[in-house]
Design a protein around this ligand. Structure first.
Ligand code: FMN
Length: 169
């Protein structure tokens, strides 16, 4: 069962927690059944404006992006390895076209402090309040080779959220 923990007791490997383990990013309002989620592997957790924060980057064409903009919170959920196929599904199909939630086998539940849902099977949950949004300006890339990652000029939108609560099993 998920339980709140003191975020200061979290011990995570910065180069694994996003890149290798992946998170499920959820945004929207769970109670109103108006939400979506997608897999993310780029981002960081750290300190900004004297607050514990998580940063994610979302391409504008993602369905989840609509919910990131419409609502004031998001959650990040990490899962035990056995749920990797569900994360593959959430990271390869769009909620615009199919009901990913029904097909994933994962169980969304209400978060403790924010409107976006969390997942019962998660072994780490971060509930975040949106603080900052910035579409990456093309002229800000100092290494031109990075632009190859954006053949459709679909530069990510950066979202930084204050981590209000962390939960673990
Ligand atoms: C491992 C993995 C990591 C991903 N990381 C990101 C990411 O950080 N940002 C992003 O915009 N898309 C990322 N994606 C792609 C989205 O998860 C994917 O396009 C998803 O289908 C979008 O779903 P949606 O349209 O329902 O929002 C990732 C996909 C995978 C498989």
């Amino acid at each position: 069962m998920l339980k709140k923990i003191d975020i200061n007791s979290l011990s995570l490997s910065p180069f694994n927690v996003f890149d290798k383990d992946w998170f499920l990013l959820s945004a929207g309002n769970f109670k109103e059944n108006d939400w979506n989620c997608m897999t993310v592997s780029w981002g960081f957790i750290g300190t900004m404006w004297n607050k514990p924060v998580a940063q994610v980057v979302v391409r504008p064409q993602r369905y989840t992006c609509e919910f990131m903009d419409k609502y004031n919170s998001f959650t990040l959920c990490a899962f035990p390895e056995k749920h990797r196929p569900a994360l593959q599904l959430f990271g390869s199909k769009s909620g615009r076209n199919i009901d990913k939630k029904a097909g994933s086998g994962l169980c969304p539940i209400a978060a403790t402090e924010v409107d976006a849902p969390i997942f019962k099977e998660a072994d780490l949950v971060l509930e975040c309040r949106k603080l900052f949004r910035l579409p990456m300006p093309e002229e800000s890339f100092l290494d031109e080779s990075l632009k190859k990652l954006y053949p459709a000029d679909d530069y990510h939108i950066i979202y930084i959220g204050e981590v209000l609560t962390a939960l673990t099993q």
